[in-house]
Design a protein around this ligand. Structure first.
Ligand SMILES: Cc1cc2nc3c(=O)[nH]c(=O)nc-3n(C[C@H](O)[C@H](O)[C@H](O)COP(=O)(O)O)c2cc1C
Length: 183
């Protein structure tokens, strides 16, 4: 049997933020790894990123990266992006229209790096060479300094799609300006 449906756009938006919060904490959640699409000059680019935090009050989600990566240069030139996720448990697709900011210093970066550097994923931000550098052979060289950056995504609107055998539903969720859409 399919779960009861949420009826109001406000409730659906709240539920999306609850799921995002869960997804940041739960590696098994379908939205734990999101696809981030950015603009690279006149072309599109996209890659997977791990959702680290979700803050409903500020309508923000966060992920971490190496500040030397191509996505950071793309964001500096063009801060608009889209984060896409699909969760099989809820059968919900989320497409978040976001404005991105990259932070490389300050308390919000140092406090998170203090946690990350104690974990195995610290390696992701300590590579000697910038991500994407061509090399002759695989060489997991660790540099002496970190290149950790926090990317803050302001969520401008959410395109929510629910797939169900008794009828798909879609809405644009944007606080007071939310509307139902034809799926
Ligand atoms: C499951 C998964 C999770 C990933 N999470 C991140 C992440 O949180 N941050 C990140 O910068 N790259 C992450 N990556 C690597 C990116 O997808 C990408 O390969 C790398 O960041 C270089 O992308 P760019 O050249 O577009 O900057 C992840 C890759 C996979 C497969």
């Amino acid at each position: 049997m399919q779960a009861a449906r949420l009826d109001s756009l406000h409730m659906i938006e709240r539920a999306c933020w609850r799921e995002l919060d869960q997804a940041a904490k739960d590696r098994q959640h379908g939205w734990h790894v999101l696809t981030l699409a950015t603009v690279d000059g006149t072309r599109a680019d996209a890659r997977s990123v791990v959702l680290r935090e979700a803050n409903e009050a500020q309508r923000q989600v966060l992920f971490y990266t190496d500040h030397r990566s191509a996505k950071v240069a793309q964001i500096s030139a063009h801060p608009e992006g889209v984060l896409v996720g699909w969760c099989t448990r809820t059968s919900w697709q989320l497409r978040m229209q976001v404005r991105l900011q990259v932070h490389t210093s300050g308390l919000e970066v140092s406090s998170r790096w203090a946690q990350v550097k104690l974990s195995p994923s610290s390696q992701d931000y300590l590579a000697a060479l910038p991500p994407g550098t061509p090399v002759d052979r695989y060489q997991p060289e660790r540099g002496s300094r970190d290149h950790f950056a926090v990317v803050v995504a302001d969520v401008l609107a959410i395109d929510w799609l629910e797939l169900r055998t008794d009828g798909h539903r879609r809405a644009r969720l944007a606080g007071g300006g939310s509307v139902w859409l034809t799926p």
